[in-house]
Design a binder for this molecule. Structure first.
Ligand code: FES
Length: 103
C-alpha cells in the first residue's frame, strides 16, 4: 500500500547536478537532481551509514562523501562496488510539492 508524503516544496529541491538530505516521517532521504529529474534514495549508505545526501553527483550516480561508494540515482544500484544497492523511493510532483512513497 503506497504511503505518499510531502518531502519538500519543488522550490526547495536541489538544483541540477546536486543532492541534498531531507527527512520525512523518520525516513532519511537523499534527494538528487540529475539533469532536471528528481530521484529519492535512502540517505544511509550501506557501507558505514554515510549520508549520501551530503555527497555529490558523478555521471548518473550519487557518490557517498565518506568512502566514495557510488549509487545510480535512477536504480539505487551501486556502480562501485558491485552488488550493493540503496532503496529507491517512488517520487512524484504535485502542486509544487515533491512527494515520495515511503511505504
Ligand atoms: S559510508 Fe558510504 S562509502 Fe563508506
Amino acid at each position: 500500500m503506497a504511503q505518499w508524503v510531502r518531502l519538500c516544496g519543488l522550490a526547495e529541491a536541489p538544483p541540477v547536478g546536486r543532492v541534498m538530505e531531507a527527512e520525512v516521517e523518520g525516513v532519511a532521504i537523499c534527494l538528487a537532481n540529475l539533469n532536471g529529474e528528481l530521484s529519492a534514495l535512502d540517505n544511509v549508505c550501506p557501507h558505514r551509514q554515510g549520508p549520501l545526501g551530503q555527497g555529490w553527483i558523478e555521471g548518473e550516480a550519487v557518490v557517498c562523501p565518506w568512502h566514495s561508494w557510488a549509487f545510480n540515482v535512477k536504480t539505487g544500484l551501486a556502480e562501485f562496488p558491485a552488488h550493493e544497492r540503496v532503496e529507491l523511493f517512488p517520487l512524484r510532483l504535485e502542486g509544487g510539492d515533491v512527494l515520495v512513497d515511503i511505504e
